[in-house]
Design a protein around this ligand. Structure first.
Ligand code: HZT
Ligand code: MN
Ligand code: MN
Length: 420
């Protein structure tokens, strides 16, 4: 891992003291501090507890570890820095609860991936992998009992469907009911899952490949995402971030079966800002120089993600849809005419609000034979579908993604862990 990702400490005293490290906060686990007799039992090997339980039991003070702090690259003005640190001090009093919720989601994200990473093995079905991730997220967030009320989605829980996209599929695949896809040892799989706490979504992803022949592909994309994280900042033009990412991505190649492939960015995929209960806040962070002069702004919450490919570098939506979300403007549209669609819309509003969902989640709520009604909501524009995004057949795509917060004085890579 690059040495630039070492967690940094920030000297801002007004925030309550919290564990400063990311990814390995287990020393604060209440359960691991329980004194136990150190007798060596020969036959009874102590079973390693996986510690998947409500996160509040692990952090009884509810002060979650901060992410990795990074200085703004472009910030050479010391006076401005001092001013903004003062501003951060003031803001941290007002915004502490919000940021703590973001950090809580990030801590859950790290713990879920720490828990599932060693379990993801070739031969497992994608349904098994998705359920591992989602059940672990539900436990940490207490999703079942955090049902808010009739109008609102859960206070905490799954942020969006678990993406398990393999090889030429770059994003937005999750198994539908009956899917028999198995993760194989030669596959390149993007694991992209979300956690939300009070509508604050953590969106972070990595790529799993057992075969070392993909090492350069993964390295290119990991390094490109790090570049995006490094370049991100207040008043930075989105196109400039794309340009920096593109340069890094295109500096790599990968050799597969004696053929050398240049690694290309998937130019029509991007990062994005994130709003409360909204995975896509309206800004897109390109991974190529695209001329978009829109700037990042103070206080924004971004998912920085990059995709590299041995294929064409252009993804096409195709295949059976699994991911959906209520459209941002659904309230201004005419209500559905079909009664089955009306019922389904109520279920969606109650359980997900504007958070993305997938067909399996509807199955889990006891909905049945809803596909016609769902397609009708998509046709009316009430629900947006997100089909799988595919590069050309036979290609391999990889992704890394982090969620960052743009504080006035520094940025915080909230989803940073010891893994990526
Ligand atoms: C849509 C549906 C989901 C957002 C990016 C993404 C996974 O490609 C503007 C820029 C989850 C996320 C999203 F269920 N998408 N991040 N992680 N997918 S996106 C997008 O639709 S919209 C990028
Ligand atoms: Mn994602
Ligand atoms: Mn994203």
């Amino acid at each position: 891992m690059p040495n630039s990702v070492e967690p940094l400490k920030v000297d801002v005293p007004k925030e309550p003291e919290v564990a400063e490290t990311t990814g390995n906060a287990t020393e604060t686990d209440a359960t691991t501090t329980t004194a136990e007799p150190s007798k060596k039992k020969k036959n009874k090997k102590k079973k390693k507890k996986n510690n998947v339980k409500a996160i509040e039991l692990i952090f009884p003070e509810e002060k979650y570890p901060q992410g990795q702090w990074l200085d703004y690259e472009q910030d050479f003005n010391l006076k401005r820095k001092t001013d903004t640190e003062k501003k951060y001090l003031k803001l941290s009093e007002d915004n502490y609860q919000h940021w703590n919720d973001v950090r809580k989601g990030a801590e859950i994200h790290r713990r879920v991936r720490q828990n599932v990473r060693p379990k993801i093995q070739p031969g497992m079905s994608l349904t098994e992998i998705a359920e591992l991730i989602e059940n672990s997220t539900r436990k940490f967030t207490k999703a079942e009992i955090n049902l808010n009320n009739m109008e609102n989605p859960k206070l905490a829980g799954i942020g969006f469907p678990t993406g398990l996209s393999i090889n030429d599929c770059a994003a937005h695949f999750t198994p539908n009911k009956g899917d028999k896809t198995v993760f194989k040892k030669g596959d390149v799989m993007k694991v992209d899952f979300g956690v939300q706490v009070n509508g604050n979504i953590i969106d972070s992803a990595w790529t799993v490949a057992m075969d070392p022949r993909y090492d350069n592909l993964l390295k290119a994309v990991r390094e490109s995402t790090e570049t995006g994280v490094r370049e991100a900042g207040i008043d930075v033009r989105l196109t400039d971030i794309g340009e920096a990412i593109q340069e890094v991505m295109e500096s790599y190649e990968v050799e597969l079966d004696g053929k050398v492939y240049p690694i290309k960015p998937c130019r029509n995929l991007c990062g994005h800002n994130i709003g409360p209960y909204r995975i896509h806040g309206g800004k897109s962070v390109p991974i190529v120089k695209n001329g978009d002069e829109t700037k990042m702004e103070e206080g924004e919450h971004f998912a920085i993600e990059t995709f590299g490919t041995t294929g064409s570098g252009y993804v096409i939506p195709s295949g059976e849809v699994s991911h959906y979300a209520l459209s941002s403007d659904y309230a201004s549209l005419a209500p559905p005419s079909l009664s089955r669609s009306k019922h389904l819309l109520t279920t969606i509003q109650r359980n997900f609000g504007t958070l993305p969902f997938c067909r399996r989640y509807l199955d889990g709520l006891g909905e049945d034979k809803y596909l016609f009604a769902l397609n009708n909501l998509v046709k009316e524009g009430i629900v947006q579908d997100y089909p799988p995004l595919m590069d050309i057949e036979g290609s391999y795509t990889a992704q890394f993604e982090h969620t960052i917060l743009l504080h006035p004085h520094k940025k915080e890579v909230v989803s940073r862990g010891d893994d990526y």
